[in-house]
Write a new protein. Structure first.
Length: 96
């Protein structure tokens, strides 16, 4: 998921263990990335300011300031539901 907060873009990057917030000041850095695409990101891990901590995440006190981003595998189609909430989705939709 990409979020725009007025000049600073955020990407929620997840793997099988957790999610981390990726930050960029370059508007073009995240252009064209669809949900569930596979990406390779390099950058600097930094501590978030206390007022921006996300207590819902284990990684909520840090973020990754991206230097380079490479799309390794594009998602071909938008999924009909969110992966993280798929247990709440009707079975007939999930089977698609």
């Amino acid at each position: 998921m990409i979020r725009d907060h007025g000049g600073v873009l955020f990407l929620d990057l997840r793997d099988n263990t957790d999610t981390i917030q990726v930050v960029s000041n370059d508007d073009s850095m995240f252009r064209g990335i669809a949900k569930e695409s596979v990406v390779k990101v390099t950058g600097t891990i930094r501590r978030r300011s206390e007022e921006t901590f996300n207590v819902k995440l284990h990684t909520g006190e840090i973020e990754l300031l991206v230097d380079e981003l490479e799309v390794l595998g594009r998602s071909k189609n938008e999924l009909p539901f969110e992966i993280l909430t798929s247990k709440n989705t009707k079975e007939d939709v999930r089977l698609k």
